[in-house]
Design a protein around this ligand. Structure first.
Ligand code: K7E
Ligand code: CUA
Length: 648
């Protein structure tokens, strides 16, 4: 048995390579003649959708217009971004604080739009950091990261940050089980000591915090989606490694024929919480928030978290047996069907929410694990999709009764019908699709017009760029009976998941400037008259302004080697799209890129005497090249007088 499965694994690996390398699949034969016109957005016209693609190992989110595939913006989230000064300027450094200190990178997987009544509402985008467990929130009026919260007791935040239908909670299931609390134990103690947590994070306008965690058996928790409509109140998490293996997982975590989807009744959890059933676990996690008023981020450390023990909370969790190490779990727009994408399988298992509830009421159990009942497989299955594909990963919906599943190994998208389970159509992915995305495709009201295939392997699709190729996305028209490939475009980093929303739900709220009068940054100045340079010991603060096309001050003298220099630059502009940048020669830092009405701070420790130029890095005006100045640096202890010009 063991050997068989081992060979099966090898076979699958080689199959995937075969498909991935099959250049013969290449070609534009699949394209209908008017594909170009259907993705053509004329100069000056807007796209129909905003699409948010995760950056994977880039740690960021990139924003594209659909159908054109135009890159609109890269939003820095978990990784420093020298282009925007994110993580380099003093204001945003605290965003990357964790209980391990400053972490300049993460691996971002799943963008998730906030929802109201089960429909994306255009307020916020959430995204998970998979490596050092975190969740970020991006404000869609500014397209800036405003919150990053660390998830304690978690070991890799993968099944995250999926929302409930009214953004009551966003969830985070641990990918790797770890000792809880963390301790120095032998890894062979896995089965006894390692546990998982499922976290529910409360979100409001001003803050995010962990409402509660649930302590669960030490499996790997892979993906999640919440119920909607009749299944609102439940969240479903896939598990793999129900074998609790800790080595050679490729083989040892693929022994069981079925793993589970954990169905969590979070309304029940709220009841247990109200009854005081939660235990306060001491821990340490950091919550970071960026204020639009002060233009500064602050970090706060929290030291306890409320934990419910699944084994002591009857009715809180049920296990739904699901074949073959399921990856994605996806709930259809009606809330009735729960699709398990068994990644080592050809078939898709679809569970019924109604049948699940009946099985729970009848206590149709097949034993239990650590006090969590396992429901009888045959009593909860709604249907099996015999796909003819191999390696299903993720499913999205078009709102017209159809589902679309990505198949990694056979490298294709398969369209099938909810309820009859028949396969309707299939289209190849170039190559090795991971997630797929339909705008609103995990909500109650998908815009069922386009589908984006998010592909892992690019070789032979674009002009070669050395050993490294960007990952790619492929736009497919799903408005008719047959899927039609329209467009390929490269992505930034690896797009695991993506989400998209109609442009008119975001565009009208998009901020154009920050109001200078409302700027509460402690070192802001509102006019050139207030600009100055102050010294306290070896700390020097420059209160600087920018406006087309000069800085004030633009000449500074009296700085000394080894000073700690803070340049607080306020951009006085109040017009849309008029940022100014600032860079100083020899500063061990990035530039600043300051939006109209905003203040940002560049930190610099001058190393050598001399006169150093600084300049604006963003071509802002006809006299942008003149937007420059000098800072004179003298030997430590020199008596050069501290003075500055006031610009023009
Ligand atoms: Cu790439 Cu959602 Cu992290 Cu599947 S995950 S592909
Ligand atoms: Cu300001 Cu260029």
């Amino acid at each position: 048995m063991k050997t068989n499965q081992f060979y099966a694994a090898i076979l699958i690996t080689s199959l995937s390579m075969l498909f991935a390398c099959n250049g013969a699949q290449k070609g534009s034969g699949a394209l209908s003649s008017d594909a170009a016109s259907r993705v053509y957005v004329a100069p000056g016209e807007y796209d129909e959708f905003y699409a948010f693609l995760s950056g994977g190992f880039s740690g960021q989110v990139s924003v594209y217009g659909l159908p054109s595939g135009r890159l609109l913006k890269v939003i820095p989230v978990f990784s420093v971004d020298a282009e925007k000064g994110y993580g380099f300027n003093e204001e945003t450094k605290p965003m990357l604080n964790t209980s391990f200190g400053f972490i300049p990178w993460d691996d971002s997987h799943h963008p998730e739009l906030s929802q109201t009544n089960g429909v994306p509402d255009g307020r916020w985008l959430f995204i998970n950091g998979n490596n050092t467990p975190r969740i970020a929130r991006i404000d869609l009026t500014t397209f800036e990261t405003t919150d990053i919260i660390e998830i304690p007791n978690s070991g890799g935040n993968h099944s995250s940050p999926f929302t409930t239908m009214n953004t009551d909670y966003i969830v985070a299931g641990t990918r790797f089980s770890v000792p809880i609390p963390q301790e120095d134990v032998a890894i062979s103690e896995y089965k006894n000591k390692f546990k998982g947590v499922l976290s529910f994070i409360k979100v409001d306008d001003e803050s995010m915090d962990i409402a509660f965690q649930i302590l669960v058996p030490g499996f790997d928790y892979d993906l999640a989606h919440s119920g909607k409509g009749k299944s609102d109140g439940w969240t479903f998490f896939t598990t793999y490694n129900s074998e609790k293996a800790h080595t050679l997982k490729e083989v040892n975590a693929s022994q069981n024929d079925k793993d589970f989807i954990a169905a969590v009744n979070w309304k029940k959890a709220e009841e247990y919480l109200a009854q005081g059933k939660a235990v306060d676990f001491p821990t340490s996690y950091v919550v970071n928030r960026y204020s639009e008023k002060t233009h500064m981020a602050t970090s706060e450390t929290r030291t306890t978290v409320k934990v419910l023990l699944a084994s002591e909370c009857p009715g809180l969790i049920y296990y739904l047996p699901t074949p073959k190490s399921p990856h994605g779990v996806d709930v259809d727009p009606t809330g009735e069907y729960i699709v398990g994408n068994g990644k080592l399988s050809a078939d898709l298992t679809v569970h019924s929410f109604d049948k699940m509830m009946t099985a729970i009421n009848n206590e149709s159990y097949d034993g239990e694990i650590d006090g969590i009942p396992v429901l009888k497989f045959d009593e909860i299955v709604a249907g099996i999709v015999q796909s003819g594909g191999l390696g299903p990963l993720h499913t999205e919906f078009d709102g017209k009764g159809n589902a679309y599943t990505s198949f990694f190994i056979s490298s294709e998208v398969v369209k099938w019908k909810l309820g009859t389970w028949e396969v309707l159509d299939r289209v190849p992915s170039y190559y090795s699709i991971g997630h797929l995305m339909i705008p609103g495709g995990d909500s109650m009201k998908p815009w069922g017009k386009y589908l984006l295939s998010l592909n892992k392997i690019t070789k032979d699709r674009y002009l070669p760029t050395g050993p490294e190729l960007n990952q790619s996305a492929q736009l497919i028209d799903i408005s008719g009976d047959k899927m039609e490939i329209l467009l390929d475009f490269p992505t930034i980093g690896e797009p695991h998941y993506a989400q998209a929303i109609a442009a008119d739900l975001v565009m009208p709220n998009s901020k154009k400037i920050y109001n200078l009068k409302e700027n509460e940054h402690p070192y802001a100045v509102k006019s050139e008259g207030e600009t100055k340079v102050e010294r306290k010991g070896n700390e020097v603060r420059v209160y600087m302004t920018s406006i087309r096309s000069h800085f004030a001050p633009d000449n500074i003298e009296g700085i000394m080697v080894g000073d700690k220099v803070y340049v607080h630059l306020t951009n006085l502009e109040q017009d849309w799209d008029t940022p100014h940048g600032l860079s100083i020669m020899g500063a061990n830092n990035a530039e600043l890129l300051v939006m109209p009405g905003q203040t940002e701070t560049l930190y610099w420790e001058p190393q050598r005497p001399g006169v150093y130029p600084f300049y604006c890095t963003d071509f802002c005006s006809a006299l942008h090249q003149e937007m420059q100045g000098y800072i004179r640096v003298s030997e430590r202890g020199s008596n050069t007088e501290l003075k500055w010009s006031l610009g023009n």
